[in-house]
Design a protein around this ligand. Structure first.
Ligand code: PBG
Length: 316
């Protein structure tokens, strides 16, 4: 069954294509030209203009989706730039959407960590921990602001309990019944997000971490309850994050979920391949292809990856 390439093609159970890919895009306020991110070689902080140009290229490459992350100039305690109609994410969404229309599914990460001075994903309570319930109302406001800007999907990534239900109601109340929700459902407190935090200029105050709201990597079962709760609350897509270290979770999710499963091949996973490849220790392109195919084999229907442009060129 493995003797010739044609036979191997015939027998292959998994195929990876540009159709499966969502490209993360960072858009930074107050810059005149794109800024490189040293820990994410090949990825930049875009201006609104360069992000829009990049989106046109992605359409030409056959990539169907992007997810926007805003990097604001000013942060405050409550993260108010996240729902400001003139906030960077909203401006970028509107510009991109008016240029590419429905040729691209434009998603936006929905969280507060890029916008709060604490670097946390929500409001801090008097005990210094994130206050789940106080944060939910703000997530509703962010969702509505992104929807007014024209977003197709919001991607709540803050891991607050009940966030999908609150966001669904907030969108519906404003008439945005067609704006979908891609929930970061099974999101682990992972050290693999390091380079991302460089990309969005986030430092968690006082050397803190997200262990009170993101999942413990020793556990698998709770992913199932997180995923089922999000579907129950109205998630249209559920996500597992990170991907490679959590293929067991991707597999479990794909068997349990009644909606498509996305997996996020995160910044640290990208950076490790790039760094080893730059040293000549591994073949980076081959490993990217192998890892992304493995994520599909585990059951993901779509993959968020910084490799999206490169892989779609390799597959073309
Ligand atoms: C939160 C968010 C994070 C990522 C996506 N959304 C960071 C975090 O939870 O600390 C990480 C993505 C990556 O590492 O590529 N807004």
């Amino acid at each position: 069954m493995r003797r010739t390439a044609a036979l191997r093609r015939l027998a292959a159970e998994t195929s990876l294509s540009a159709d499966d890919l969502i490209t993360p895009i960072f858009v930074r306020e107050g810059i005149d030209s794109p800024v490189e991110i040293p820990s994410l070689p090949g990825v930049v902080q875009h201006t609104v203009g360069s992000a829009t140009e990049f989106c046109k290229q992605l359409v030409d490459l056959g990539i169907p989706g992007v997810i926007i992350f805003g990097v604001p100039e000013k942060k405050d305690e409550i993260g108010s730039a996240a729902w400001d109609p003139d906030g960077i994410a909203q401006v970028a969404i509107a510009e991109i959407k008016s240029t590419v229309g429905d040729e691209l599914v434009v998603m936006a990460d929905l969280c507060l960590d890029e916008y709060t001075s604490s670097g946390h994903c929500g409001l801090l309570g008097s005990d210094g921990d994130v206050d789940n319930d106080q944060t939910l109302g703000l997530y509703g406001k962010v969702a509505v602001a992104q929807a007014f800007a024209g977003v197709d999907f919001v991607g709540p990534s803050g891991m607050m309990d009940g966030q999908v239900g609150v966001i669904r109601s907030a969108l519906d109340e404003e008439g945005f019944i067609d704006v979908g929700i891609m929930a970061y459902s099974a999101k682990y407190a992972s050290a693999l997000y390091g380079p991302f935090r460089d990309a969005v200029d986030v430092t968690i105050a006082n050397g803190g971490d997200r262990k009170t709201y993101q999942q413990d990597f020793r556990n698998a079962k709770e992913s199932l309850s997180e995923i089922l709760a999000d579907i129950e609350q109205g998630a249209d897509i559920v996500m597992v994050k990170p991907a490679m270290t959590y293929l067991d979770i991707v597999s479990m999710a794909s068997r349990a979920a009644t909606v498509p499963v996305a997996a996020y091949h995160v910044s640290g996973e990208y950076a490790m391949i790039k760094a080893a490849s730059a040293n000549g220790w591994i073949d980076g392109d081959a490993i990217a292809l192998e890892q992304l195919t493995a994520i599909k084999r585990a059951g993901a229907s779509m993959i968020l990856t910084y490799f999206a442009p490169l892989i779609s060129e390799l597959l073309a």
